[in-house]
Ligand binder design. Structure first.
Ligand SMILES: [Cu+2]
Length: 236
């Protein structure tokens, strides 16, 4: 039962990665340690409660005091190290090949980026009107998808023009607050082409549930075509 639930029922598969792979590995590692601690505590509880007199030998045991101080310290240490390095990696963008800005609005997302000749382009991404028309997921698809190159280091900038929003893409293990007056930066990449879905993850008003995020990762070659298509549409 536990094996079936673990990682398959409640969690999105992290199929696209970057920092996502590291975060998922960290999650598994943390679960392993937590299950170990839980089993240890349960076994100790059972052993102590099932024998009325045995626990008396634990009283005034200096060795026991040492063990239950030092072992948790070591466990905290081994949990801290990967956690801290992931925290650092999540903020570290080394030499992005491209960057774009995701901006939260009440209630839609807009994306800003530069064309090949450094002209500013932007698209507004609203909830798609009806799932029957487009054959897509209900409340999860948009009229204009954001497009990004796959297998490329991208710098993602997230901001907001009104209230707090949160830009979240579970398949990339990514969630970042969109804060008015502040620009959050993070590395963004996908190991293969595909479509990822997400939703605003910070209560931002009555239509909070209706501002999904869709990013389509396509090969670099086609991405260049898309970029010039958007440029021609907007700048003529
Ligand atoms: Cu929002």
């Amino acid at each position: 039962m536990l094996v079936v639930l673990y990682g398959s029922k409640f969690f999105h598969d992290v199929v696209y990665a970057g920092v996502g792979d590291d975060l998922q590995n960290f999650f598994h590692y943390m679960m392993l340690i937590s299950v170990f601690i839980l089993s240890l505590v349960l076994i100790m509880m059972y052993r102590i409660s099932s024998s009325v007199y045995k626990y008396r030998s634990y009283k005034k045991s200096e060795l026991l005091e040492w063990v239950w101080t030092v072992i948790p310290m070591i466990i905290l240490g081994v949990l801290w190290f990967p956690s801290a390095s992931n925290l650092y990696l999540m903020n570290h963008v080394d030499e992005p090949k491209w960057s774009f800005k995701a901006i939260g609005h009440q209630w839609y997302w807009s994306y800003e980026f530069l064309s090949k000749d450094h002209e500013q382009l932007s698209i507004d991404s609203y909830l798609a009107s009806s799932s029957e028309e487009t054959g897509s997921y209900r409340l999860l698809d948009v009229d204009q998808r954001m497009v990004a190159p796959a297998k490329t280091q991208i710098r993602l900038l997230v901001g907001s023009v009104d209230v707090l929003h949160s830009f979240a893409l579970p398949a990339l293990m990514l969630k970042v607050d969109a804060i008015p007056g502040r620009m959050n930066q993070l590395p963004f990449s996908a190991h293969r082409a595909g479509v990822v879905y997400g939703q605003c993850s910070e209560i931002c008003g009555v239509n909070h549930s209706f501002m999904p995020i869709v990013v389509e990762f396509i090969p670099m070659k086609e991405f260049a075509q898309w970029l010039s298509k958007v440029r021609d549409q907007q700048l003529g």
